[in-house]
Write a protein that binds this ligand. Sequence first.
Ligand code: ADE
Ligand code: ZN
Length: 338
Amino acid sequence: MSTTNDLRAFIAQLPKAELHVHLEGTLEPELSFALAARNGVQLGHDTPEALVAAYDFHDLPSFLAIYYKAMEVLVHEQDFYELAWAYLVKTRSQNVLYCEMFFDPQAHTGRGVAFDTVIKGIRRAQVQAAAELGVESQLIMCFLRELPAASAMETLIASLPYKHWIVGVGLDSDEKNNPPIKFAAVFARARAEGYRLTMHCDVNQQNTLVHIGQCLDVIGVDRIDHGVNALEDPALCAEIARRGLGLTVCPISNRFVVQNLTGDEIRRMLALGMKATINSDDPAYFRGYMNENLIALHEDAGFTAAEITSLVRNSFEVAWLDDRRRQHYLALLDGSGS
Ligand code: ADE
Ligand code: ZN
């Protein structure tokens, strides 16, 4: 692999999976403008470029404030369909063949948009994308951790008629003073209902090692979103590696929120046998989808083709797929130029 151009081409052709992407975080400014016009919502900016220029985030709360405000343009089932369809088209164009996508129902039901409206729009895009684009996807329902556990439980119960459309549940939004244990009963019920479990342990959060420990010991998660700070505790690293738990790391998002691509940390995880994967998180806001994340790791942190292939392999290995589908994707990866 001689040049960066070769490596870019190598990344582009690799069959890939994405396991950590917030659908609401794929809302591109052009779609925001179209939906705002259709739904009579004022965005407070004259052009998509001016909207992007106003993205001013340097930590999790400053990002979340912009993220929730922007969602007000999502009102009708058709809006959620167009949001999910645009992401699926974009990600397929980057050779992402399988994705697990988060959605935040409480961010919509709290504004008077029905759960049913949200999920039916997203589901229609997923079915169409599988048939027409050949991209397979599953949904993970996230609870907003700054809201009371009772609201998460209510949302869990509202989801049950759609259980066959949802593979798992997650926990996102503002982590400060909102530890995993706050949601222990909700996640226990979710597990009993057959959902897989994951939780955000965002980078450099207060009490992050306690939170990661609770994910392992109290909640019994199947995966951890981010989880980079586990590296500060060898016992946590050993346990994550022993259980084969995936860590969904988001380099460009990290660069925005903690001013660091976390390349060294990703390398250390691989060396310790931890199943790190690469993901885009909120690509419309952080201005980078899957390939841009992998290219940034190469160009700014010197990741080789072999290291990138290991990270992509990990994604298929820890994805919430049955064995037949997993083997199908791993065979595609083995048969690619990798
Ligand atoms: N919701 C959307 N993006 C998020 C992130 N990066 N961290 C926590 N919650 C989120
Ligand atoms: Zn996230």
